[in-house]
Design a protein around this ligand. Sequence first.
Ligand SMILES: Nc1ncnc2c1ncn2[C@@H]1O[C@H](COP(=O)(O)OP(=O)(O)OP(=O)(O)O)[C@@H](O)[C@H]1O
Ligand SMILES: [Mg+2]
Length: 162
Amino acid sequence: MTVETLIIENEAALAGLAARLAPLLKRGDVLTLKGDLGAGKTAFARALIRTLAGESVDVPSPTFTLVQVYDFPSFSVYHFDLYRLEGKEIDILELGWDDARRDGVCLVEWPERLGALLPQDRLEIAINFHKSNETVREIALKPFGAWMARAAMERAAEKELS
Ligand SMILES: Nc1ncnc2c1ncn2[C@@H]1O[C@H](COP(=O)(O)OP(=O)(O)OP(=O)(O)O)[C@@H](O)[C@H]1O
Ligand SMILES: [Mg+2]
């Protein structure tokens, strides 16, 4: 499997990556956001949602609500933070997981909590601290299932442009 690893210097660069990904998204897509506590999973989701919605939209962390929903013309974005769930499928379903999968694009922080509900087709984004500097992050993009072909196409298109 091809894993793309990027060194991201600061939060603006992370937002740039989110802005590159946002136009590729379509209904049914799942992005899982993994990595260190406080590394920038919510910051990434916020930048992505703001690319779709405009800078002024408020994007709170779903730490306590567990899910926040944003409606756009072609899909809704469901931003989950499952940290506080104990991996109980029933709770995840009560949060509207089935609707989210059917109608939406899902951004999932702490996807480990999904257990058997973890979708096969997904782009995993791991954000971790980098020792060089407080604002530097190492990002690994790992496509699974149908995302493998999409990631390969994306790389080919980038090569053609460069
Ligand atoms: N390169 C960077 N990318 C992302 N966030 C950064 C970066 N540099 C500094 N930050 C800061 O790091 C913090 C990241 O917090 P954020 O809530 O996004 O983390 P998180 O991974 O969602 O945490 P949690 O595990 O608690 O959900 C923010 O305060 C942000 O301003
Ligand atoms: Mg978070």
